[in-house]
Design a protein around this ligand. Structure first.
Ligand code: GLA
Length: 390
């Protein structure tokens, strides 16, 4: 959905044009999953699939919000934004207003229209895009700015306190900090970010959406967080020099096996090896060695599947189908897992074969068929247009 279409739909919904439109991109994580909430390393890109938030400032103390994806409209009172939200997506919007106010930031009444081509619930960071997009619109309405890190942490607080989702910082920080044609290396311990040039000469990044989201996803995510915290606690008791799983290198894992049960050993092994794969993958991007990058992606998938237990049959099938296609350099699940999407790195020539192989070998086997599309790395959230002064 283009900004023009958002304007048209805004007019249909509210009877006049928006003052401005915010573009808030989704993300694909290239490598480094389930490491952000343990202070680890991640390497996502913002993708050319975005939420668009059309906004118009109005008198009064209400947010009047339309969601194109859900074909729903709700009114959120700014004096009690988080009371009794009517729809599943409304707590994200109301939560943004609540957290902005809690931080002493002025929030004005507004009409908001949320559309765009980022599918909700596909594991492409749509909830972060929603929070960051709405927060950016509400800040723009009063001409305020927050730094990318401040905006991302505010939006993570919305997830934790108003959406019951104990997520890490990756999705929000990618949405606020990404740069076109670059991957974003995030050190989630320090929140330091670095833009790594994504020189894909002759290759493409392809998203393959399983079309499924298993209902265990949220509970299992929280459980993985607890397991990582429990493992760190046990390791810290045994070794006072450790204060984060990030302090552990691969050679040390064996030394902690006696203080962890078998499951926790696997969890720690994933986190520790994944952090080192992110470092190696970053080196591979700098060095232009895409084949090495692809291999690390595939190794990462195996680790998420075997050690972290966050993959599922649909994701595993898509990865193995993709890897059978000549010219595919690597493939892995991306994001939280239990459904959602795979990202593959493939030579541009091989993309048509990849698309055919997926449809031939995957479609019809599960509840949903796969959607396959290439993605580009785009810029962070931004305001697209404004006629407020007109
Ligand atoms: C979800 C969370 C992120 C991150 C990923 C897994 O997308 O929102 O914070 O933990 O899962 O890497």
């Amino acid at each position: 959905m283009s900004a023009d279409l958002v304007s048209t739909e805004f007019v249909e919904c509210f009877g006049h044009l928006p003052d401005f439109t915010v573009r808030s991109p989704g993300r694909v994580n290239l490598i480094g999953d389930h490491t952000d909430y343990t202070g680890g390393l991640v390497l996502p890109i913002a993708i050319d699939r975005s939420l668009l938030v059309g906004a118009r400032i109005v008198d009064g103390t209400v947010l009047d919000v339309c969601s194109a994806h859900f074909d729903q409209r709700t009114r959120i009172p700014l004096d009690k934004p988080v009371d009794d939200p009517e729809y599943s997506w409304a707590p994200y919007v109301a939560g943004v207003a609540a957290v902005l106010k809690q931080r002493g930031i002025d929030v004005r009444g507004a009409q908001l229209f949320i559309g765009g081509d980022l599918p909700p619930g596909a594991g492409l960071g749509s909830s972060a895009a929603l929070e960051v997009g709405v927060a950016t619109a509400l800040l723009e309405a009063t001409r305020q700015r927050l730094s990318p890190v401040a905006l991302a942490t505010l939006c993570r607080q919305v997830e934790h306190e108003h959406a019951n989702s104990p997520c890490g910082i990756m999705d929000q920080l990618c949405c606020t900090s990404a740069r076109a044609d670059h991957a974003l290396l995030i050190d989630c311990r320090t929140m330091k970010t670095e833009h790594i040039p994504l020189k894909l000469d002759g290759a493409a990044l392809v998203v393959i959406d399983t079309g499924v989201r298993h209902s265990i996803a949220e509970g299992e995510y929280a459980r993985r967080r607890r397991e990582c915290a429990a493992a760190l606690g046990a390791i810290m008791q045994a070794d006072a020099s450790i204060s984060s799983l990030r302090d552990i290198d691969e050679g040390q894992i064996g030394a902690y096996e006696t203080c962890l049960d078998e499951t926790l050993v696997r969890r720690v092994r994933h986190v520790v090896t994944e952090n080192s794969r992110v470092s190696l993958a970053t080196d591979a991007l700098w060095g232009g060695t895409l084949a090495a990058f692809g291999e690390l992606m595939t190794e990462s998938h195996a680790s998420l599947n075997e050690d972290f237990d966050v993959s599922c049959d649909e994701l595993n099938d898509l990865v193995s189908i993709a890897l059978r296609v000549d010219g595919v350099l690597g493939a892995r699940m991306t994001g939280g897992g239990f459904g959602g999407c795979v990202v593959a790195l493939a030579s541009t020539d091989s993309v048509p074969d990849l698309v055919s192989a997926i449809h031939e070998l995957y479609d019809g086997r599960y509840d949903a068929d796969a959607l396959v599309y290439p993605v580009q790395a785009v810029n962070a959230v931004g305001v697209l247009e404004g006629n407020r002064d007109a």
